[in-house]
Every structure is written in structure tokens, then in C-alpha cells.
Write a protein that binds this ligand. Structure first.
Ligand code: F6P
Length: 318
């Protein structure tokens, strides 16, 4: 089978290990691997090339993706999707493995309905906001990057007796903020999924400050859009000198962690095996140390929920 792999949307650490394993496994089982460079934009522009072992040598440790990625406005127009189909036909590619989020899976589903090009999705985003999988590719590395940043910020916060408000990525999902706050011992965590009880937090923190607390870490998920408000609250209500750190795109980069390398391998192999089983329009998921697939409609039709055991631990000041 001729199978192409592509990235789409925000990149995440672990894409390169997945791409490497994709090529190796295809060649091991007699498939022909192809790269689509530059995501949907590259597909429209015909940036498609046969892949070899040499292409994936020396990439296992690198963040980002050697095949690139993009968000494409042109994809919304049918004429560009038709052009993409013509490009694929030139190489007789039968299926696409897409490393992306649910927007990317939707983009390929439109393509499937118009041109019958099958696809398998690999959930790839640091946001961990895809239904049906306990982890998306890239989340573990991003969490380690955030932990490292917060540890460093704690050093200066404690030395200087300041409050730090640290904003994490994640779009509408508070997973990165919630897990980071827990493992970093932050005092405050504000995420879209949970109502932040400012009044109670004020009382508890004022009591702690009166007892001698000298610094404070507050983790705020970008999706809440409350970073500035929380900083003002620390400064004005709690009376602490406050600084804000928006972690930004450093969360997306860096060498993939051990977990993300292993996830990349597993996701890639399961995607190819799913194609061999004749599966269509499915997404690889990872739960309880096992890879399997779910129907596209189920994955995009339901909303990811942060596990209750994580949410119930967000009771910081106990
Ligand atoms: O979806 C991944 C992500 O990094 C989000 O966490 C963030 O909101 C967004 O992408 C940033 O997008 P861009 O890289 O286009 O600024």
C-alpha cells in the first residue's frame, strides 16, 4: 500500500519519532511510505515525496517535525482540495496518516467524502484536548518543559518573595495547567473546566500570608483569559508584588521525552496496522498502555474531559 504521512496544525514533540517509525514500519511490512511536506498547504501545492530510511536517520531526538506542518485557509475552498487530490493521484497514494488535532481530522474527513482518500488520525497536540485518548502525542514533553520552567520560576519567586502568575497553553482545555499546577505544588490553578472560587482562595491565602507565606505560584490556563485579572488580584487583594510569565511556544518545542518517543512509535504502528485491517476514517487512541482506534465521528463528536482524579486533587490549600 502507498501511504503518506503528514502533519497538520500545531506541531508537538514526538512527531519525528512517529515519522521515523512510520517509515521504518512501512518498509518492514512492504508498504511504500510517502511524506507530504508542509501540511495541508503542502498537499495543495504537491509537496509529496517518497520516503526512505535515509530520510529518517538522526531525527529521533528532535522536536518539531521534519515534514513541517501548517494551518490552511485555502483548504476551505473545494478547488484547492481538488488540486490536492490531483497531486495525490500522481503518486497513487491510497491513504494518509495525519498527525494533528480534531480540526485536522475534520479537514481530511471532508477530503474523504469528496475524493474517497482514506485517512487515519494520530492525536498530536500539546493541548491534550482530543476525546478518547488518555494522552496525545507531545503532551508529556510539554508537561516536562512546563515543570522545568515553573521550578525555575519558583527559585526566583521564593528568593524575591513575589507572586508569579504563569500562563500555560492548551486552548480551551485546562489539562496542561491542571497537571502542571499539581506536580509543581502551585497554590492556585485557574482552568476553564472548574469555577475558580476567588473569595475562598482570598481567605485561605490571606491566612497563609499572615502565617508567613512569602511567595505564591498561580498557574492559569490560556483558555480562561484570566491571566491579567489573577495578576491584579495577587497584587491588589493579596498585596503581593507580582510578575506574569506567559510560557508561550517554548511549550511546543524541545526534544521529545521518552514517553513521547514511545507514544510516537506506538501511534505510527497502530495507524499502519489499522489500514491493513481495512479500517477507514479512524483515529488511533492510547489508553491503559494499549493502542487501538476509534471512529472519527466518535472522536470529533465528543468533548475531552480532564480525568476526575486530577480535578479532585486541585484543592491546593489543604
Ligand atoms: O494547539 C496547540 C497550540 O499551541 C495551543 O496551545 C495554542 O493556543 C495555539 O496552538 C497557538 O497557535 P499558534 O502556534 O498558531 O500561535
Amino acid at each position: 500500500m502507498k501511504i503518506a504521512i503528514m502533519g497538520s496544525g500545531g506541531d508537538a514533540p514526538g512527531m519525528n519519532p512517529a515519522i521515523k517509525r512510520f517509515v521504518e514500519f512501512c518498509l518492514e511490512v512492504g508498504d511504500e511510505p510517502y511524506f507530504i511536506y508542509g501540511g495541508l498547504e503542502g498537499l495543495i501545492d504537491g509537496k509529496i515525496q517518497k520516503a526512505s530510511y535515509e530520510d529518517v536517520a538522526g531525527i529521533i531526538h528532535r522536536g518539531g517535525a521534519i515534514i513541517g506542518s501548517s494551518r490552511s485557509k485555502r483548504w476551505y475552498e473545494k478547488r484547492y482540495r481538488d488540486q490536492a487530490y490531483e497531486n495525490l493521484q500522481k503518486s497513487d497514494i491510497e491513504a494518509i496518516v495525519v498527525l494533528g488535532g480534531d480540526g485536522s481530522f475534520r479537514a481530511l474527513d471532508v477530503f474523504k467524502s469528496e475524493h474517497n482518500v482514506n485517512f487515519i488520525g494520530i492525536p498530536t497536540t500539546i493541548d491534550n484536548d482530543i476525546y478518547g485518548t488518555s494522552l496525545c502525542l507531545g503532551v508529556d514533553t510539554a508537561l516536562n518543559t512546563i515543570r522545568d520552567a515553573i521550578d525555575r520560576i519558583r527559585d526566583t519567586a521564593s528568593t524575591f518573595s513575589r507572586a508569579f502568575v504563569i500562563e500555560t497553553m492548551g486552548r480551551e482545555c485546562g489539562y496542561l495547567a491542571a497537571v502542571s499546577a499539581l506536580v509543581s505544588g502551585a497554590e492556585v490553578c485557574v482552568i476553564p473546566e472548574v469555577e475558580f472560587d476567588k473569595e475562598t482562595a482570598t481567605k485561605m491565602l490571606q491566612a497563609e500570608l499572615a502565617k508567613g507565606r512569602s511567595y505564591l505560584l498561580a498557574i492559569v490556563a490560556e483558555g480562561t483569559k484570566r491571566t491579567a485579572e489573577i495578576a491584579k488580584w495577587c497584587e491588589e487583594t493579596l498585596g503581593m508584588e507580582t510578575r506574569v510569565t506567559v510560557l508561550g511556544h517554548i511549550q511546543r518545542g524541545g526534544n521529545p521525552s521518552v514517553k513521547d518517543r514511545l507514544l510516537g512509535f506506538g501511534f505510527a504502528v497502530e495507524a499502519i496496522e489499522a489500514l491493513h485491517r481495512g479500517e477507514e476514517r479512524r483515529v488511533v487512541v492510547y489508553n491503559n498502555d494499549t493502542f487501538s482506534t476509534l471512529a472519527f465521528d466518535e472522536v470529533v463528536g465528543k468533548r475531552y474531559q480532564i480525568p476526575q482524579e486530577i480535578l479532585s486533587m486541585l484543592n491546593f490549600l489543604d
